[in-house]
Structures are given as structure tokens and as C-alpha cells.
Write a protein that binds this ligand. Structure first.
Ligand code: ZN
Length: 429
């Protein structure tokens, strides 16, 4: 299909983006063919889309996604490992899991997210879905997939969206298994998380031995993959960076040594404020968190915020993801992460939008194909009514989505009322 989008205001996704009036975007097949003056003649064969003065911007890129969950608030912690075992114990429920995952990916797309990076999923569902979407068989965002993460017995997500390696040999074998599934990156779980901690002050306890981190990263690099690690304590981040991790997922209270290691390794940080916020800030009768979980949620939230701030101050690249799948984090709310990023680290709206588009694309290794509105790049774009540079909340309602040139007019998502009601209280700093 060929389209021309006219009468819109362009935000191109670059760091210093400014609204560009009077531009037309020509799309031919999957790609942006050219961006011209409004007055340019439209050749035959192009379907004209009137943007009616709306803002045209690159589709968002969510760098930390788990496709196995819908973010529904929970009364109490579930045994996720047991649930996953049950799910894959028979072909009917296994098929249902596949359908569920595809449905969640579609919600990301309908909310304006045209690329996701998955960092812990069920079996090889993420790579399979990635290929089906790429082949045009299903509607969904571009997927960079890690499939199952690598954890240790008793470690983060072990048995649900990660496999526990009991030895270094097993861990290396898991890297090779991921390679056979043609993943895009390798995910490892180095520390615990908020819900893994049974005592106050230890939410990011080391779980994976440094030698195992090293062996996983070495094998991944040998096979041509980059590594992303769940890390939620200062010690965890330092061990991750010392042993070859390429991206720190979440982050923790920064130190000078941590900053130095980030630079030496040329690693980046994926900031995820969304999952910690409910634990840290909601009244406990709303979050259903224990006192220990609330305390640790605050430790993690502060660590992620301070790590992001220190990274920005020190020119360490920062990506954004929202850890969707965690309680309260739905597949359609990535825009909230941009709002938190701006509110809690003090960056501008333009910088938050640049981070969630072009910068995320560059850090994911696909900066040459998506992330900005430029001639020759994929036609991954969205339309919103008001200017997100004035208010990032305008990203909540996306009026049109185009992914690799495929048009989704008037996309809708079914919102959960309770999630909106509670999270909307935290949109101001
Ligand atoms: Zn995660």
C-alpha cells in the first residue's frame, strides 16, 4: 500500500525535536519514502490520510516487556512457576497461552507501541510470535525477543519466565538453547526483586554467582548476542558490569565505581519506574503489599530513579521500558513511564519522547530501521491529537497506528478502570 499523511504536525523523534508544520509523509510499502512540503503533488496510487492537524510521531519503543502478563492487580502473590507448569502440561492450555501472548502484543501495538523488547517470556513463544508478526500473519509490534531468561534455583522468575541453571555448564547450555531458538538477546536474572525479598532492605540480593554471569556473557558474546540483566542492587549492578553485561535492567543506588564501570563497558541502563511505583507509593490496602514489600518497593524505586539521574548526568545511555506484566502495569500504559521519567529525573518532555523512540531504537541496535520519522526508515508511526511536548499524557489516546506501513485506524484498547483510577493519582511529581 501507498499512503500520504497530510495536514499534520511532525515530531521526528530526534533529541531536539520541534513541531514541524506543513509537512507530508509519503509511505510506500513498509517504508517512509519521503517527507516533503505540504504543497508537494500526490502522485497516483497514494491513499491520502488527512491528519486533521494532529501530531505525527514515531511509534513508541518499549524496551522491557514480559508478554505473559496483563498487569491485573493481585490480591496476593501467585505461584507463577506452578501456573506455568500447569499451562504447558497439556496442548489445549499451551495453545491458549500462545493466543494470550499474541493478544497482549497486539494491545501494545494498539496503544502506540510499534516495537517491543521482550526480556523474559514463556518457552519460545516470543520468537515464534515475532516471526508471525514479521511475516504479516498477525497484527503486533516488531519484537526483539529474549524468550526465557536465565536464572538460578530460588532466583528471580525461576520456573516462570526464566529457567534456573544449577551449574555454569547448564547456564552456558541455556545460552546455546536460546541461540537455537534464534533469540535477539540473552536475558539473565542476577539479583532478586521486590517480591523475592523476605526482609527489609534486601530487594536486590545477589542470586547468581559472578562466575556464572561471566560464563553466560562470554558465551552470548561469542555467539553474537548482547546481554540484558535484571539487577536491583548496587552490588548486583557492579557484578553485572564487571562480568560483561551490556544492559542493566532497572538499576540501583549509584556509586562512583558503578558509573566508571558503565562507561568502561559502554553499557546502558534500562530505566523502569513503573513497576516499583505502586509498591512504593500506593496505600497498602490498595497495593495489597506487605509492610516489607512496601519498604523494599521504596528502596527499589529510589534506586532506579537515582541510577537514571546519575546515568543522565554522566552521559551513560538510558533506555526506557515499563516492565509490563508486573501488577498494575498493563500492556497499554507505556506512556506512563515517559511521564514518570520526566517527573522523577527532571528531563524535558522532548527528551523523554526521544528516549522512548530514537534513543531506544539505537540502544536496541535497530536505530537504522526505526525510531524516528526519516526517509528510508520503516513507517512506524502514531497520531495523537495534542502536542506531547506540552503534555506527555497526550500519548494516552492514540488515534492512528502504522507499523511497517500497515495501517490501524482508530485503534482501541480496553482499559481497566481501577488501574486508571489509582495510577492517575501519580501523574504529577
Ligand atoms: Zn522485568
Amino acid at each position: 500500500m501507498k499512503y500520504v499523511i497530510r495536514n499534520g504536525i511532525l515530531l521526528d523523534g530526534t533529541r531536539d525535536m520541534q513541531p514541524q508544520h506543513g509537512r507530508s509523509v509519503f509511505i510506500n510499502g513498509e517504508k517512509i519514502e519521503r517527507i516533503t512540503d505540504q504543497t508537494a503533488e500526490v502522485p497516483k496510487g497514494y491513499k491520502v490520510i488527512d491528519a486533521q492537524g494532529m501530531y505525527i510521531l514515531p511509534g513508541l519503543i518499549n524496551m522491557h516487556v514480559h508478554l505473559a502478563g496483563n498487569g491485573k492487580p493481585q490480591k496476593k502473590q501467585r505461584d507463577n512457576a506452578k501456573l506455568v507448569r500447569l499451562l504447558f502440561s497439556n496442548p489445549v492450555s499451551a495453545k491458549a497461552a500462545e493466543v494470550m501472548v499474541a493478544g497482549y502484543a497486539k494491545i501494545e501495538l494498539m496503544s502506540g507501541v510499534t516495537t517491543i523488547r521482550t526480556v523474559g517470556g514463556l518457552k519460545d513463544l516470543d520468537t515464534r510470535l515475532r516471526d508471525e508478526i514479521a511475516a504479516g500473519k498477525k497484527a503486533g509490534p516488531r519484537i526483539l525477543a529474549a524468550n526465557e531468561g536465565i536464572s538460578v534455583p530460588g532466583g528471580h522468575m525461576a520456573g516462570s519466565v526464566a529457567i534456573a541453571a544449577t551449574s555454569i555448564e547448564e547456564a552456558v547450555d541455556l545460552v546455546r538453547k536460546a541461540d537455537r531458538q534464534h533469540v535477539d538477546l540473552i536475558k539473565l536474572m542476577i539479583t532478586g526483586g521486590v517480591l523475592d525479598a523476605k526482609e527489609k532492605g534486601v530487594p536486590g540480593e545477589m542470586k547468581m554467582p559472578p562466575e556464572m554471569i561471566r560464563a553466560i556473557c562470554d558465551e552470548a558474546h561469542r555467539l553474537g548476542y548482547r546481554t540484558a540483566a535484571h539487577t536491583e542492587s548496587t552490588e548486583g549492578v557492579i557484578q553485572a558490569l564487571r562480568n560483561g553485561v551490556d544492559s542493566i535492567e532497572h538499576g540501583a543506588a549509584p556509586t562512583e565505581e558503578m558509573i566508571r564501570l558503565f562507561k568502561e563497558r559502554k553499557a546502558f541502563l534500562t530505566t523502569t519506574l513503573s513497576p516499583a511505583l505502586p509498591y512504593a507509593m500506593f496505600p497498602r490496602e490498595v497495593s495489597n503489599a506487605s509492610e516489607v514489600e512496601q519498604f523494599n518497593g521504596q528502596v527499589v524505586f529510589d534506586g532506579i530513579r537515582d541510577c537514571a539521574k546519575a546515568a543522565i548526568e554522566n552521559d551513560i545511555p538510558v533506555a526506557l521500558g515499563n516492565d509490563v506484566g508486573c501488577p498494575w502495569i498493563t500492556q497499554y500504559d507505556f506512556w506512563r513511564e515517559l511521564v514518570y521519567f520526566k517527573n522523577y529525573t527532571g528531563v524535558s518532555n522532548a527528551y523523554a519522547l526521544y528516549t522512548a523512540t530514537l534513543n531506544n531504537a539505537v540502544l536496541a541496535g535497530i536505530g537504522d530501521i526505526t525510531g524516528s520519522l526519516e526517509e528510508g526508515k520503516c513507517a512506524d508511526l502514531i497520531l495523537v491529537e495534542e502536542n506531547p511536548l506540552e503534555d506527555l499524557q497526550d500519548l494516552r489516546n492514540v488515534r492512528l497506528v502504522m507499523a511497517r506501513g500497515r495501517l490501524y485506524d482508530k485503534p482501541t484498547v480496553r482499559r481497566k478502570k481501577i488501574v486508571d483510577e489509582e495510577l492517575d493519582k501519580y501523574l504529577q511529581a
